[in-house]
Ligand binder design. Structure first.
Ligand code: PGA
Length: 256
């Protein structure tokens, strides 16, 4: 796949104090420049300051979640319009932790994606099966359902604004990474589904990241798989040195 460019996205989740977050960015600023697209989804409270402190041209700060609603009386929520007003380019949507702990349904996720697309913020749309679903051979059905429902309100002319992330729930935060074969099989399936829903040309341009215990040790073999466009990295994105090693892997592959 000649058009594939590896993307490295970090998901800090609910970690780091303000000072720790600023220190991370300061350290990253000191490391050599890179040309690959790097994204960090930081706690929303600090995104703006980190954005101002960031000196790396290819580092985009992102949100981890947004509201399904446009605006109004929704205490505590952050809208896609607000995210766009800070010129932030990306927002994670449909992460399995939001699906399970905050009961986000495919319908809610589809509304969030529609909001983000409307305001030109690129959703990093997460899908993935649980261990139980994998054990009973439901992986492909679960992926199909999540993908079709999540993208329901995304017309073909807007699909270029989507980044997908395949994150098997059993691999998130467990140290149990999917093997490169397991990941490659699902990524290929997602690509085929996108080709069906939209068309093969559009599908070939949609990045599909892998997430779930991805780190500096396993990133390279995963990123070399045909339909894997990089990683959505939780634990290993918290340490600037580990994260930078993954960026270097992206640099190597993108430079070939
Ligand atoms: P992990 O998290 O790398 O810690 O498994 C990935 C994610 O949840 O996005």
């Amino acid at each position: 796949m000649k058009n594939k460019k590896i993307i490295v996205a970090g998901n800090w989740k609910m970690n780091k104090t303000y000072l720790e977050a600023k220190e991370f960015i300061a350290k990253l600023n000191q490391l050599p420049d890179y040309t690959s697209q790097v994204i960090i989804a930081a706690p929303s409270l600090y995104v703006d300051t980190l954005f101002i402190n960031n000196q790396k041209e290819n580092l985009a700060l992102a949100l981890q979640n947004c509201s399904a609603y446009e605006s109004g009386a929704f205490t505590g929520e952050i809208s896609a319009r607000m995210i766009a007003s800070l010129q932030l380019k990306y927002c994670i949507v449909g992460h399995s932790e939001r699906r399970s702990y905050f009961e986000e349904t495919d319908e809610i996720i589809s509304d969030k994606i529609a909001q983000l697309i409307h305001y030109n913020v690129q959703p990093i749309f997460c899908i993935g099966e649980t261990l139980q679903e994998r054990k009973v051979n439901e992986t492909f059905n679960v992926i199909r359902k999540q993908l079709v429902r999540g993208l329901e309100k995304v017309p073909v002319e807007k699909i270029g604004n989507i980044v997908l992330a395949y994150e098997p729930v059993w691999a998130i935060g467990t140290g149990m990474t999917a093997t490169k074969e397991q990941a490659a099989e699902v990524h290929k399936f997602i690509f085929q589904l996108l080709s069906e829903i939209y068309n093969p040309e559009a599908a070939a341009r949609i990045p599909i990241l892998y997430g779930g215990s991805c780190n500096e040790k396993n990133a390279e073999e995963l990123f070399y798989q045909p339909h894997i466009w990089g990683g959505l990295i939780g634990g290993a994105s918290l340490d600037v040195n580990s994260f930078y090693k993954i960026i270097q892997i992206a640099e190597k592959i993108n430079g070939e």
